[in-house]
Write a protein that binds this ligand. Sequence first.
Ligand SMILES: Nc1ncnc2c1ncn2[C@@H]1O[C@H](COP(=O)(O)OP(=O)(O)O)[C@@H](O)[C@H]1O
Ligand SMILES: [Mg+2]
Length: 411
Amino acid sequence: MRVLVVGGGGREHALAWAIARSPRCEALFCAPGNAGTAALGENLAISDGDIEGLVRAALERRVDLVVVGPEAPLASGLVDALQDAGVRAFGPTAAAARIESSKWFAKEVMTAAGAPQGGGELFESARAAHKWIEMLGTDALPVVKADGLAAGKGVVVPATIDEAHAAIEELIGISGRLVLEDRLGGREISAMAIVAGGVVSPLPLSCDYKRIGEGDSGRNTGGMGVYSPPGFVADAAGLFRAIHEPVVAEMAARGAPFAGCLYGGVMVEGDAARVFEFNCRFGDPEAQALLPLLDGDLLAALAGESSEPLAFRQEASVAVVMASGGYPGSYATGARISGLDDVDDDVVVFHAGTALDEEGAVVTAGGRVLAVAATASSIAEARERAYANVARIHFEGAYWRRDIALRELSG
Ligand SMILES: Nc1ncnc2c1ncn2[C@@H]1O[C@H](COP(=O)(O)OP(=O)(O)O)[C@@H](O)[C@H]1O
Ligand SMILES: [Mg+2]
């Protein structure tokens, strides 16, 4: 099979890495890719938003399967355009991608599917939302969500009623619609499943760290680290049966069948697991932590050519993101990265914001630069190995959180 991976982050390097290991993979292209994917296949200088350019490249290179990493091209209809051109793709159509791009659509689907979630209301004016907040009062402050893609800036969990009112004013502009959702208690997990060829294939559960600072302080980022599996979920298989399977069935019944990675953001409180959002693609950096646990053929699963769920080793995994100092604010690029060849054989370093300079050396080219992923029989050991290998990699201004997976060890 000739495969094109769309995107250029750590998730796409991890997908390319796992696809390249498949015996079915004959040729691999990445658009635009990064220095990591350049070592696995051919990088094409096409941005992930250039739908026409991507379709043309897929046809010219006789690509059999396009695997789309990021959400924006999915919401803008890349998969629809590929299908119209007769090219097979892993990822949802724009209609199915609404499960991520509209929080309210996701709630309607979950209601119809009977999937567990928090209560919520849709508002089409700021005035009505303000009135609702006043009516609920300080004891039941809801979470304020813009009903549209906002690159991680569309949700506020207010601490005071004034913050709730301010969030309404700030977020109403994104799409003119707001969802006010009951605040859920508990601990957050990522529950991803590959949906292709009628098979719902769960990945191991994981927990990601979104804030830049230790102890979950400071600004939101694309993700600073992940561990798997969370010890506090008793029945992972039951969770996919209660959430992903009925939601996939409901999407098909609505005439918007979902194919791609269905990623549930789930709050777990005791035995209760409630969805607070869906994403329609692999998590980043969740993919970097979970794909090293693969024990099957990812490409066969993505192509819908496997009738069995994909197998994963039942081990622990920890991935630590190394970022450019200053991220998620402004940061420098072009710093040489050393030590990439000094990591242990079974530790994987996935590239995100990296590029090759004129001399072919790997340099920094983004905010999140690398993810160092280690697997082991326990989270403690995986964590220790990930950090031991992070310490061998150097670039000017490198920053990483020291506390990834720590809360799982302290209980
Ligand atoms: N109903 C909720 N109750 C409590 N926390 C929530 C709720 N919804 C979202 N959150 C918190 O806000 C964060 C961002 O919300 P999410 O819906 O995932 O938005 P985004 O589109 O920005 O990913 C979540 O990771 C979670 O920590
Ligand atoms: Mg989210």
